[in-house]
Each structure stands twice: as structure tokens, then as C-alpha cells.
Design a protein around this ligand. Structure first.
Ligand code: ADP
Length: 293
């Protein structure tokens, strides 16, 4: 869908992005993940042609790229209705008459605000404003939708609603670029991701490859008379929540060893679980930093 070639950007003397190169395939949800100030918004604004003074270039494949940009800061006129906001953005994209009216109705349904179409935006909750903000960006039926932290400051229901919208965009064949500092959102939504830190790409790949490459799986074992020494040859052990976490490159063998030991020693187990590696662990392994609020 697009290829980003060697992009660098300075704000005055401050380097915001350094030599960013990425390739984003059609039809996927691509995550840009990194702490606040990493450069995600700057990259998104460059892709969306909002920032034009940078070095490097971006190539879009084909002539039929319709780009929809959902800004991090809500860009709505609060003193008018939801429908008026949608129509305003529709008109900017050249829609008019019945087409504009019908498309506004369609988008109101897609963002779940059809019952509130005649209400002024200033009466809306944060989550409703976020949904309308997305609605305005999709009035022209884009096939590349770029979202900058679209869930900041909203309730869990609205967040889930936005996630369902993104799934529907994907089902329709849209490509999504999704920037967030919430690792669990990237995990839930994205097929591939780039980790950005201090203006540089630290790593980018399919999510399962990233997890395989950088995050070591672990198991959790808990039992009244369980002795951690019985599995210490399989990896490193840490006491946690009344049990033990064993970090090991061979979790299934270690689980088998736990079961065998308990059977042979006649000990009872309370819990034995495989702990899935998380993107958070990948980021930590790459940067030595936790990515949290
Ligand atoms: P993110 O979206 O990951 O939080 P940004 O792209 O907003 O990161 O910011 C990257 C860096 O560029 C930060 O150091 C930020 O302070 C700086 N920056 C962003 N916008 C401007 C601006 N308009 N003027 C000066 N510095 C900026």
C-alpha cells in the first residue's frame, strides 16, 4: 500500500524522526507503537501530507489511494450537530446533495450515533466525540485510514466500539495505520507493528514474529508443597503471587517436568499455566524500558 523511504524530520534543531523506512502492506492493520514523544504523530502527519518539510519520500502503490486521517486532537465544531460536522467534512471532499446526505446517514450508523445526529457535539461524551472524529475522517470512503491515538481518554465501551469499527474497515479491505502507546491495543488490533523510540524504528515485523524473536515464554506454577528447585534447570525462577514464574525457552517440557515431579513426590498442584509472551516484553527486551502510562 505504501513505502516509507528514509524519512527524517527536525523541529528546529531537534530531531523528531531519523531515517525511518517501512513498508505497509494492503489490507492490514499496522501499528506504530512507542512512548509519548517517540515521533508517531510526526510520522503520521508526514504520511498524511500535513507536515511537508522533511527529507526522504513516501510511495503509495496505485493511483487509487484515498486517505482518511483521524487526528489525535479532536477536530470537531462543538456548537453544531453531529450530522453538520459530518456534512462539513463531506463537502470538503466534494460530496453534495443526496450523496452527501446519504453518506452522512451511513456514517452516523457506522459510528453508532444515529440517535444523536441532531444533538450539538458539546453535549457528547468523550467517547462519542472520538467516534464522530473518526466519522468525519471516513466521509469520503477512504481505503487507507490513519488513526493517531484514537482511544485516549475514553470509556471501555467506546474503545470496544472503535475496535469493532476498525475490524469492519479491515473486512472491507481498508488498510489501517494505528498509532498508540497502549501496547494491549496494538496486540488486539494489529497484524504488524513498528516500535518507535526517540525518533527511530527499533524493530518492525509481524506481531507473532516479534513475540517469537524477543519475548521468552514462561509458566506459572503454584502448589502448597511445590519446590521450585525441581524445575530450576529449565530456566530462571521468580516468586510471584504465592507461586513461581519460570521463564524458559521450553515451556511445555518444563510443564511436563512439573507434573512428573508432583506425581513422583505425591504433591498437589493448585495451578500450572502457560504465560503468553506480551508485546510489552518485546519492547522491554529491545529498549530496556517499560512502556506504560
Ligand atoms: P508521539 O506522537 O510519539 O508522542 P510526536 O511526533 O508528537 O511523538 O513528537 C516527537 C518529538 O517531536 C517530541 O520530542 C516532541 O516534543 C517534538 N515535537 C512534536 N511536535 C513539535 C512541534 N510542533 N514543535 C517542536 N517540537 C515538536
Amino acid at each position: 500500500m505504501l513505502r516509507i523511504n528514509d524519512i527524517s524530520k527536525y523541529y528546529g534543531k531537534i530531531p523528531a524522526l531519523s531515517n525511518i523506512s517501512l513498508q505497509i502492506r494492503k489490507g492490514i492493520c499496522y501499528g506504530l507503537v512507542g512512548p509519548n514523544g517517540a515521533g508517531k504523530s510526526t510520522l503520521i502527519k508526514i504520511i498524511s501530507s500535513i507536515i511537508r518539510d522533511y527529507t526522504g519520500n513516501i510511495q503509495f502503490s496505485g493511483n487509487d489511494v484515498r486517505l482518511g486521517y483521524v487526528p489525535q486532537d479532536i477536530a470537531l465544531e462543538e456548537t453544531v450537530t453531529a450530522r453538520d460536522n459530518l456534512q462539513f467534512f463531506g463537502k470538503i471532499h466534494g460530496l453534495s446533495g443526496k450523496v452527501l446526505k446519504d453518506r452522512s446517514t451511513e456514517v452516523l450508523t457506522a459510528i453508532g450515533l444515529e440517535a444523536r445526529e441532531k444533538d450539538k457535539v458539546l453535549t457528547f461524551s468523550g467517547g462519542m466525540k472520538r467516534r464522530l472524529n473518526i466519522g468525519c475522517a471516513i466521509m469520503h470512503n477512504p481505503n487507507l485510514i490513519i488513526m493517531d491515538e484514537p482511544t485516549v481518554g475514553i470509556d471501555p465501551q467506546s474503545r470496544q466500539y472503535i475496535f469493532q469499527m476498525i475490524e469492519r474497515f479491515k473486512e472491507k479491505g481498508c488498510t489501517i495505520i494505528y498509532a498508540s502507546h497502549y501496547m494491549e491495543e496494538i496486540e488486539q488490533l494489529c497484524d504488524e507493528a513498528a516500535f518507535i523510540d526517540k525518533g527511530k524504528i527499533v524493530e518492525n515485523d509481524k506481531l507473532d514474529h516479534l513475540l517469537e524473536k524477543y519475548a521468552t515464554p514462561s509458566i506459572f506454577v503454584k502448589g502448597k508443597d511445590f519446590l521450585p528447585q525441581s524445575i530450576e534447570t529449565y530456566g530462571s525462577i521468580q516468586a510471584k503471587s504465592g507461586g513461581y514464574i519460570l521463564t524458559t525457552s521450553n515451556p511445555l517440557t518444563a510443564m511436563g517436568a512439573v507434573l512428573n515431579w508432583c506425581k513422583e513426590e505425591g504433591r498437589e498442584l493448585e495451578r500450572l499455566e502457560l504465560v503468553k509472551p506480551r508485546l510489552e516484553d518485546v519492547f522491554f527486551s529491545l529498549t530496556g524500558k517499560q512502556l506504560r502510562d
